[in-house]
Design a protein around this ligand. Structure first.
Ligand SMILES: [Zn+2]
Length: 389
C-alpha cells in the first residue's frame, strides 16, 4: 500500500524517534517519571524571516488530549510569533508525553512553515488574490493539512476536495493544459467548459498552450464575452523576464476591445518576490511549490522545569514562561508564567500588555475551542499591518 503511517500509530506514539522509546524503557525500569514542564520554541527563522504564523495547534491538542493528565498552555493557532518566544508549554509526567515529541514538532513545524509562507505571499499580493495550487507537489496524505495551513495563512482559495472540506471553502480551479490539448484548442476548451460546468463556477481560460497569449486572450474573450471571468497565464521561468511586459500587452489588448473586466490570473513557480513585482498588473496568483513545499520552521521542545525546579539544557532559559503582547503595537515580552501582565508596560509605545497564552488542556481536559479555519484566517490577516516582509 501507500507509504504512510495511520492515525492510530501516531496516537499510540509509534511514529516516534526510537531514542524516545528507549528513554521511556530506561525511565520505566529506573522508576523515574517526574512532572516536567517543556516548552516549544524557535531559535531562528529560515530564509531571513523575522516572524512566523503558528499553525498545527489543533492536531497537537488532539494528540495530547489522549495522553493522560497533561496540561497545555499555548498561543492560539494563527498568532504571529517571534524567535525565542515559547509558543506552547506542556506540563505533565514525562512518560505521558515524551514519546509524542516527534509527532508534535512535525505537526507544528510543517503547518507553521506553510502558514507563514502563505501569509508572506498574501502580504506581497495586497488586495490581489492568492490561490494555493500546490497540492500536486506534496504527498496527498497530508494534502488537507497543507491546504488548511495555506488558507489560514491568508490564501484566498485552495484546489482539492479534501482541502475544501477542512477549510469550509469551495475549491478553486481553472482549466488544465490536458483539456486544451484534447479539445483541440483554447477556444474549444473554454466553450466546452462553459457548456458543461455549472454557471456559478468562474470561467477562467488557460491561454498559453498553443500560441501567443495576446492573440489567445482576444480569441477567448471574443468567444465567451461577458461570461469570461479571467485568463490564466502559466509561464515557465525561462520567460520570467518578459512576463510583466506580456501581461501588460494582454491587458492593453483586452481593454481596448472592451474587456477590461477580464481578470489576469498568473501561475508558474511564483513566490512572494515575484508576486510583489506583478501585483500591479495581475489580479490573482496561483502559487504552487512556494507555499505547499514551504520551508519548515525548526521549532524544538525542551524541558525547562522538573518537579518545580527550574532547569534547562545549555543555550535555553530555564523556567516555564509565557508571552505578553502589547495590544497596540504587538511588541512582545517573555516573562515567567507566574508574572502578571499588568506589572509591565510596553517599552515601545507604553501600551498595555496582555497574556496571549490560552489554556488549551487542563489535566487532560480539552479547553481549546478549535476555531473554524476562516476565523483563524481572519485573525492572521488582522496582524498583517504590523508585519514586514
Ligand atoms: Zn506597544
Amino acid at each position: 500500500m501507500f507509504h504512510i503511517t495511520n492515525e492510530e500509530d501516531i496516537k499510540k506514539g509509534r511514529s516516534t524517534d526510537i531514542y524516545f522509546e528507549r528513554t521511556k524503557k530506561i525511565l520505566k525500569s529506573k522508576g523515574q517519571n517526574p512532572v516536567v514542564k517543556a516548552e516549544i520554541i524557535l531559535k531562528g527563522f529560515p530564509c531571513g524571516y523575522s516572524w512566523g504564523i503558528l499553525a498545527g495547534v489543533e492536531e497537537t491538542i488532539k494528540l495530547l488530549s489522549g495522553a493522560g493528565s497533561i496540561s497545555v498552555r499555548c498561543m492560539p493557532e494563527g498568532l504571529v510569533f517571534k524567535d525565542f518566544e515559547p509558543v506552547m508549554v506542556i506540563e505533565g509526567r514525562y512518560l505521558d508525553f515524551g514519546v509524542y515529541e516527534t509527532a508534535i514538532l512535525g505537526f507544528l513545524c510543517q503547518a507553521s512553515g506553510i502558514a507563514t509562507k502563505a501569509a508572506r505571499c498574501k502580504i506581497a499580493a495586497g488586495d490581489k488574490l492568492i490561490y494555493n495550487f500546490g497540492a500536486r507537489r506534496m504527498h496527498p496524505a497530508i494534502g488537507p493539512m497543507i491546504e488548511r495551513s495555506a488558507y489560514i495563512g491568508g490564501a484566498d482559495g485552495i484546489s482539492t476536495g479534501p482541502g475544501a472540506k477542512i477549510t469550509g471553502q469551495p475549491p478553486v480551479g481553472t482549466i488544465p493544459h490536458a483539456l486544451v490539448l484534447i479539445m483541440g484548442g483554447t477556444v474549444e476548451a473554454i466553450q466546452a467548459f462553459h457548456e458543461i460546468i455549472e454557471p456559478k463556477i468562474k470561467r477562467i481560460a488557460l491561454i498559453d498552450t498553443f500560441s501567443d497569449e495576446k492573440f489567445e486572450a482576444i480569441r477567448v474573450a471574443e468567444s465567451l464575452g461577458r461570461s469570461l471571468y479571467g485568463v490564466r497565464l502559466d509561464t515557465p521561468s525561462s520567460r520570467r523576464g518578459d512576463f510583466k511586459k506580456i501581461l501588460e500587452e494582454v491587458r492593453w489588448e483586452l481593454d481596448i476591445r472592451g474587456y477590461s473586466g477580464v481578470r489576469l490570473i498568473v501561475s508558474g513557480g511564483l513566490d512572494e518576490e515575484e508576486i510583489s513585482g506583478l501585483k500591479g498588473i495581475a489580479d490573482a496568483f496561483g502559487v504552487g511549490t512556494a507555499i505547499s513545499g514551504a520551508q519548515v520552521l525548526d521549532l524544538s521542545l525542551d524541558i525547562v522545569e522538573i518537579e518545580g525546579r527550574k532547569i534547562a539544557k545549555r543555550g535555553k532559559r530555564s523556567g516555564a514562561k509565557k508571552v505578553l503582547r502589547c495590544e497596540k503595537c504587538l511588541q512582545d515580552l517573555v516573562v515567567l508564567e507566574g508574572e502578571k501582565a499588568g506589572d509591565h508596560k510596553c517599552s515601545q509605545c507604553g501600551g498595555r500588555y496582555e497574556s496571549i497564552f490560552v489554556e488549551a488542556l487542563k489535566n487532560g481536559e480539552v479547553l481549546y475551542d478549535f476555531p473554524d479555519a476562516s476565523v483563524i484566517r481572519s485573525k492572521v490577516m488582522s496582524q498583517f499591518g504590523h508585519l514586514e516582509l
